[in-house]
Write a protein that binds this ligand. Structure first.
Ligand SMILES: Cc1c2[nH]c(c1CCC(=O)O)Cc1[nH]c(c(CCC(=O)O)c1C)Cc1[nH]c(c(CCC(=O)O)c1C)Cc1[nH]c(c(C)c1CCC(=O)O)C2
Length: 361
């Protein structure tokens, strides 16, 4: 468990970060402008990204600090977003502990030997900070470059990591994952506890090296009904988020999954300061489900970036209005930027958010 790991000491952060709109919104202190960033803002279709990645496999790119720094900074330069998201992947810590896997372009993570029995647990050892010195180095290089702009660290949540390990790759229905969960609850709990240690340590290394917020991605947890989420998933996610809080309670924790309309309250209660909302639930309705103690992040449909500008502007304004119901709102998409998105449309959204003024009551 995280508490057994060697003590990590937390780096000093740039004092200007205290006034960063993203961190103010996460702390429910309404900033003068609504902050905006995008899931998957780095990589994908940016021409400057494709150029520096040429000939370098995805997982190797994630372990080269100079390259990670360059790719993470690209969308900050181009769009003027209010935060950088660390360029990495949710499977990087699994690879670091020795799980045989690769990221196949256009497919996603593929696992050499999918997780099926208790014996497979032995192939997933605990993560120790020394296994990811390069991650700490990348964060240090980045925070030095970013100055007053927050860097968001991230990890995959235990359920979503388990889904890749059990399915062996991306899956539509997560049938094998659910079958394991329902047929051998003890093995499932042990797998999730191991993944919670790995995720928690991956985040703690990033926090110790200087990230100013973290996001825990539970992308596929919306496949579960609430009762199963509470019984089979929430304890492991809560342990990841509390490992971060123990190291530095001042680092806000964002928690997000897709199709989580029925789970929003429980996702907040796992220990998040900010709940990410996908585009299926109107933001003001999401605020009602989450309650007044947490900020929200979201929730423009990524497909709207392909719509005409006047339609896009109308939707952005509607989300900003709905976000006023929350004690803090970070503008984002309801999921990641889609491949093929026009970078000018992304820039248009940033400028529209920053230019917006709430209507007078
Ligand atoms: C489920 C998941 C993964 N990875 C991630 C999640 C959770 C977020 C989500 O729900 O989208 C998280 C992730 N992956 C990546 C980032 C970095 C920064 C960012 O958000 O901009 C983040 C935060 C880089 C990446 N991760 C990946 C790429 C594309 C690799 C490339 O450019 O070759 C990038 C930039 C690969 C990857 N890795 C994964 C997928 C589904 C894919 C896409 C495969 C494809 O369609 O090509 C697993």
């Amino acid at each position: 468990m995280p508490t057994e790991s060697p003590a990590l000491s937390v780096a000093a952060r740039d004092p200007r970060l205290n006034d960063a709109p993203l961190l103010s919104a996460a702390r429910r202190r309404q900033p003068p402008v609504t902050p905006v960033w995008f899931m998957r803002q780095a990589g994908r279709s940016l021409p400057e990204y494709l150029k520096v990645r040429e000939g370098i496999p995805m997982l190797e790119s994630c372990r080269r600090p100079e390259l990670v720094t360059e790719i993470t900074l690209q969308p900050v330069r181009r769009y003027g977003v209010d935060a950088a998201i660390f360029f990495s992947d949710i499977v990087v810590p699994l690879k670091a502990v020795g799980v045989g896997l690769d990221i196949k372009p256009g497919v996603g993570p593929v696992i050499e030997q999918p997780f099926r029995t208790r014996a497979d647990l032995e192939r997933i050892p605990q993560l120790h900070p020394g296994m990811i010195d390069d991650i700490a180095e990348s964060v240090r290089l980045l925070t030095a470059e970013l100055g007053a702009t927050p860097l968001i660290g991230f990890a995959g949540a235990p359920f979503t990591l388990a889904s890749y390990l059990v399915e062996g790759g991306p899956s539509r229905d997560l049938a094998r994952t659910k079958a394991l969960m329902y047929s051998d609850p003890q093995l499932w709990a042990d797998l999730l506890a191991r993944l919670a240690q790995i995720s928690g340590e991956f985040l703690r290394v990033q926090v110790a090296a200087g990230v100013s917020a973290v996001q825990l991605f539970d992308s596929w947890v919306g496949a579960l009904p609430l009762a199963d989420y509470l019984a089979f998933v929430q304890p492991a996610s809560a342990s990841v988020l509390s490992a971060v809080r123990e190291l530095d309670p001042g680092v806000p924790r964002i928690h997000f999954g897709v199709q989580t309309g029925e789970l929003l309250g429980a996702i907040g209660e796992a220990g998040a300061d900010v709940v990410g909302v996908d585009f299926r639930v109107p933001l003001d309705e999401a605020v009602t489900r989450i309650g007044p103690d947490r900020a929200v992040q979201g929730n423009l449909d990524p497909a709207l970036l392909f719509a005409p500008r006047e339609v896009l502007r109308g939707r952005v304004h509607a989300i900003l209005e709905a976000g006023r119901a929350a004690p803090g709102h970070i503008f984002n998409l309801g999921h990641g930027v889609m491949p093929g998105t026009d970078p000018d449309a992304v820039k248009f959204v940033v400028d529209t958010v920053h230019a917006w003024k709430p209507a007078q009551e």
